[in-house]
Write a protein that binds this ligand. Structure first.
Ligand SMILES: *[C@@H]1O[C@H](CO)[C@@H](O)[C@H](O)[C@H]1NC(C)=O
Ligand SMILES: *[C@@H]1O[C@H](CO)[C@@H](O)[C@H](O)[C@H]1NC(C)=O
Ligand SMILES: *[C@@H]1O[C@H](CO)[C@@H](O)[C@H](O)[C@H]1NC(C)=O
Ligand SMILES: *[C@@H]1O[C@H](CO)[C@@H](O)[C@H](O)[C@H]1NC(C)=O
Ligand SMILES: *[C@@H]1O[C@H](CO)[C@@H](O)[C@H](O)[C@H]1NC(C)=O
Ligand SMILES: *[C@@H]1O[C@H](CO)[C@@H](O)[C@H](O)[C@H]1NC(C)=O
Ligand SMILES: *[C@@H]1O[C@H](CO)[C@@H](O)[C@H](O)[C@H]1NC(C)=O
Ligand SMILES: *[C@@H]1O[C@H](CO)[C@@H](O)[C@H](O)[C@H]1NC(C)=O
Ligand SMILES: *[C@@H]1O[C@H](CO)[C@@H](O)[C@H](O)[C@H]1NC(C)=O
Length: 819
């Protein structure tokens, strides 16, 4: 002990004497870390020292990227044992042969080894890969931070399962944005070679599916197929199995993190924008994270913040809530009192919710559900489902608000003290009702007067808004007007990433398409600005925006109605009349012109981000009009969010969407190319024709085009006998093949596509696109972005040789034969 302290005081003296060079990467007997000192890895990639997360007053020893403008912590030594003063704390090698953190000479954190080495023989080196390594003078490794990851998975870290101890190593989220101590969410590898995300170390809410050694992907993560930046590898032996990755290009900066949101997120650093780009996360929807909003919290994927307390409830901890830790949930403002005399309790109905699953259900005549719950002091809530009475007596987890037209929505009755009930809802009985009646009566008069005034004011305002219309641009509609026009949103024309579309008839009897937007988190002013911008974008090949409605979170856009619907219904549905070749070519050309206008001729380049046949509308003359442009901007510039909402449309996505680079207009060019193939073939690229071998149309087409084979074989068989201009067909196929090149710079601009299709520009023979080749060669099976869940419209084609195919892929095969 004496020698220990004398060594320490020696350190302190030593510290005062030397001027510390910032470039040190090693802690040793004669170099320790305190105050503002830092370690920097030899190439300057990582830096280590004391840091304070956010507004916290605590200090931690952490590691971050030295060169990035945003301090991003990738590892923390003393996660749950902060120190309060960095000047009196010291990271050093202790006499017992460990790397330790001392605060006023008290041990805070240690590498915890039973080492026999003497302290003078040890050194801890911060390496360029972000690994802090403790080794002795013979160079043998005693401890490394890579074996003790926190929430971040850096390239080179092995996330392993130890087969002898049956223990998994975990990535664990921070508790909240200011507290690195282990939170409730963790990622680990399990025995069956699948990764899973757990809540509180036990409840699983996401799994990667088992590793498929042939195709080198996880079964439920098909998007791994089109990745060019990560070299993933899975290693298994008798004693352990682990998964690790490296970057093909060491200049790239990338990390995975188990986020406080309970999602595993993958980021790459974009040098041009100086920011992290989130391009992959699971589970996709925030509300799929188990118990994210805690007990009684309501999760809503369409609003920000995602968690809300029901009426009469408040967050248990407002502070945690503000730091994005919602796990403590909500608590009643007035505690329930339940006695035999029957306290006044009421039930607050929550409509369109997904019911929590931790109920104790009881078979009861439905009418008695309410009184059964009232009669049971432990009953917190109830719901009725046919003749079952579901009751909740403990925590109510995973309550989720659904959209109005979701068929899975139910009504959930939450027990509340009568005093907490919202005014105006049915309350107590007897006298109370009469009193309320009287109060309401007198209030009614006042209300009527108020209503009249409001209506008058509103009319005036509406008139002013109509003014906007008269100068030839956009009309502002009231929600009620649109409700009337669409007969209360009854005739649905289609759905989409941004909301459902309904047919409507305006008062001037013009027919319109009314889109009810979802997930718009923008403020009123910003929304209007964006909408006005979209309104100014007019082109014969773009669907015209006529007006909008913005009342609180009710955001609606009103478009010209297109008599012939969307392109997909004409291409893929056999009952309809077949589109002729001339019509198809004109549609392809019109679409290209519309996109070229968006990319080049608007003031700001607008990237559509979601080009597919569903978004190409046809007017009464079968003229093509691109729909849904500019909306990616409306939901904010966060393209990753758009990506997560583009379910089932992934067959059109360019590789850069999943490789993490910034998205440019060339991503639209790629999607356009994919769509052009479908216009030629008359069926989905991913679809398998009857009596035909597994084939992925773009690869077949690319082969034909690059090898100069018979171009006619690519044509929709339904066009047989029709006179088809072979030169046009060749041009279309070649340009499509150019559009789907991996390298963005190899793809033509939309304006060039227009010129090629017009015949103004010659087109050379394209090279075979590499990613398509990879897809085909991989193992013969083509699973082109099938959503792991239930998308059956985008069939994946599987060869029977696929030994590890799960039941879900078998199902897919069946679907294929029936499709
Ligand atoms: C640290 O001390 C050792 C001997 O104790 C010496 O050999 C070494 O040069 C010293 N390192 C530095 C950076 O002063
Ligand atoms: C560190 O820099 C050297 C020389 O500049 C280079 O050869 C080496 O690859 C770099 N190492 C890492 C991990 O970046
Ligand atoms: C820190 O506190 C200030 C003032 O209370 C607040 O505006 C800011 O957003 C906080 N920063 C973080 C990272 O929480
Ligand atoms: C720690 O030391 C630095 C410089 O030596 C000084 O500026 C700072 O105020 C000190 N912090 C505390 C909390 O004493
Ligand atoms: C160190 O030794 C103690 C007592 O011998 C033992 O309980 C502990 O498990 C050992 N720790 C390690 C990391 O081996
Ligand atoms: C997590 O699990 C532990 C027992 O394993 C339990 O004591 C604790 O209350 C749980 N935490 C939450 C937030 O439910
Ligand atoms: C990918 O990683 C494996 C295992 O680490 C390695 O053997 C292989 O050379 C790497 N491939 C490339 C192209 O870097
Ligand atoms: C990776 O590095 C290459 C070469 O520096 C660069 O072109 C590419 O954009 C980088 N990718 C990412 C995702 O940063
Ligand atoms: C209620 O609990 C029963 C039995 O635990 C379960 O079968 C049922 O699915 C639950 N109902 C809901 C709506 O979660």
């Amino acid at each position: 002990m004496v020698s220990f302290f004398s060594t320490l005081s020696f350190f302190f003296v030593f510290l005062l004497c030397i001027h510390v060079s910032a470039a040190a990467d090693t802690i040793s007997a004669n170099f320790t870390l305190s105050g503002d000192q830092t370690l920097v890895s030899s190439n300057g990639t990582f830096k280590m020292g004391f840091f304070k997360p956010g507004n916290s007053t605590n200090f931690y020893i952490g590691m971050w990227y030295q060169q990035l403008s945003i301090q991003t912590i990738v590892w923390v030594a003393n996660r749950d044992k902060p120190v309060s003063d960095k000047n009196t704390s010291l990271l050093t090698i202790s006499d017992d042969g460990n790397l330790v953190l001392l605060d006023n000479n008290n041990l805070v954190w240690s590498t915890g080894l039973n080492s026999s080495s003497s302290s003078s023989a040890l050194e801890a080196v911060l390496q360029d890969d972000g690994n802090l390594v403790l080794r002795d003078d013979s160079g043998s490794l005693l401890w490394q931070s890579f074996d003790h990851p926190g929430d971040t998975w850096l390239p080179g870290v092995k996330i392993r399962y130890d087969k002898r101890t049956k223990k998994s190593q975990r990535l664990t989220s921070w508790k909240n944005t200011e507290d690195p101590s282990p939170g409730l969410f963790s990622l680990e590898l399990d025995v069956s070679t699948a990764y899973k995300i757990l809540w509180n170390g036990s409840t699983q809410y996401w799994s990667s599916g088992p590793w498929n050694p042939q195709s080198k992907i996880f079964d439920s993560v098909p998007e791994m197929r089109l990745n060019y930046i990560y070299n993933f590898s899975f290693v298994t032996s008798d004693t352990e199995s682990y998964f690790t990755y490296s970057l093909y290009n060491h200049a790239n900066v990338s990390r995975f993190a188990m986020d406080v949101s309970g999602q595993i997120k993958q980021f790459t650093w974009l040098n041009n924008n100086n920011q992290w780009n989130l391009f992959w996360s699971q589970p996709r929807q925030q509300c799929q994270v188990y118990a994210y909003c805690g007990s009684f919290g309501i999760c809503n994927d369409k609003s920000q913040p995602f968690c809300q307390c029901p009426h009469g409830f408040s967050p248990v901890s407002r502070k945690d809530w503000d730091l994005k830790d919602y796990s403590a949930g909500c608590v009643r403002n007035t505690e329930l009192r339940c006695s035999s005399r029957g306290e006044i309790n009421e039930f607050l109905p929550l409509t369109n919710v997904k019911l929590p699953d931790n109920n104790n259900s009881e078979e009861l005549v439905s009418t008695r559900c309410r009184s059964a719950c009232l009669g049971d002091c432990s009953c917190m809530a109830y719901a009725q489902s046919s003749n079952r009475c579901l009751m909740w007596s403990k925590d109510v987890l995973n309550l989720q608000q659904l959209e109005e037209d979701n068929s899975e929505g139910s009504t959930f009755y939450l027990r509340l003290s009568a005093s907490d009930m919202p005014s105006g809802s049915p309350s107590g009985k007897g006298n109370k009702v009469m009193i309320i009646g009287a109060v309401l009566g007198s209030l009614g008069v006042i209300a009527l007067v108020t209503l009249a005034v409001v209506l008058i004011l509103r009319n005036l305002r509406m008139k002013r808004m109509r003014g906007e219309k008269s100068d030839g641009t956009l009309a502002a509609f009231s929600y009620r007007e649109l409700q009337n026009a669409t007969k209360n949103f009854s005739e649905k024309l289609g759905g989409g990433g941004f909301g459902s579309v309904f047919k409507g008839v305006l008062q001037d009897s013009s027919v319109v398409a009314v889109k009810r937007l979802e997930g718009i988190s923008q403020g009123e002013k910003q929304f209007r600005t964006e909408v006005v911008t979209i309104g100014t974008i007019q082109h014969v090949n773009l669907v015209r925006l006529r007006g909008f409605c913005s009342e609180g979170n009710k955001k609606v856009l009103v478009y010209d109605y297109m008599a012939n619907g969307s392109l997909d219904s004409h291409l893929f549905i056999s009952q309809k009349a077949v589109l002729g070749w001339k019509q198809r070519y004109q549609i392809a050309l019109g679409t290209a012109r519309g996109l070229a206008y968006l990319h080049d001729e608007c003031r700001d380049c607008i990237i559509h981000c979601d080009i597919k046949p569903e978004n190409i509308l046809l007017d009464s003359q079968f003229g093509a009009k691109v729909a849904d442009f500019g909306l990616a901007k409306l939901v904010g510039r966060d393209f990753s969010r758009v990506l997560t909402t583009m379910r089932g449309t992934r067959g059109y996505l360019a590789p850069e969407w999943i490789s993490g680079v910034a998205i440019t207009a060339k991503a639209d060019v790629y999607s356009y190319g994919m769509m052009l193939f479908e216009i030629v073939s008359g069926r989905r690229n991913t679809e398998q024709a009857e009596n035909e071998k597994v084939r992925f149309f773009p690869s077949v087409a690319a082969t034909v085009v690059t090898k100069d084979e018979d171009i006619r074989s690519l044509l929709d068989p339904r066009l047989e006998g029709e006179s088809v201009d072979i030169e046009e067909l060749t041009r279309a196929c070649k340009v499509a093949c150019w559009c789907i090149q991996d390298e963005e710079s190899h793809r033509p601009a939309m304006s060039q596509v227009v010129q090629i299709l017009e015949g103004v520009l010659e087109v050379n023979t394209p090279p075979f696109p590499r990613s398509i080749q990879a897809l085909v060669e991989n193992d013969g099976s083509v699973v082109f972005f099938t959503e792991s869940s239930s998308s059956s419209s985008h069939n994946s084609s599987q060869k029977q040789s696929h030994s590890s195919s799960s039941s879900s892929s078998k199902k897919t095969t069946n679907n294929n034969s029936s499709a």
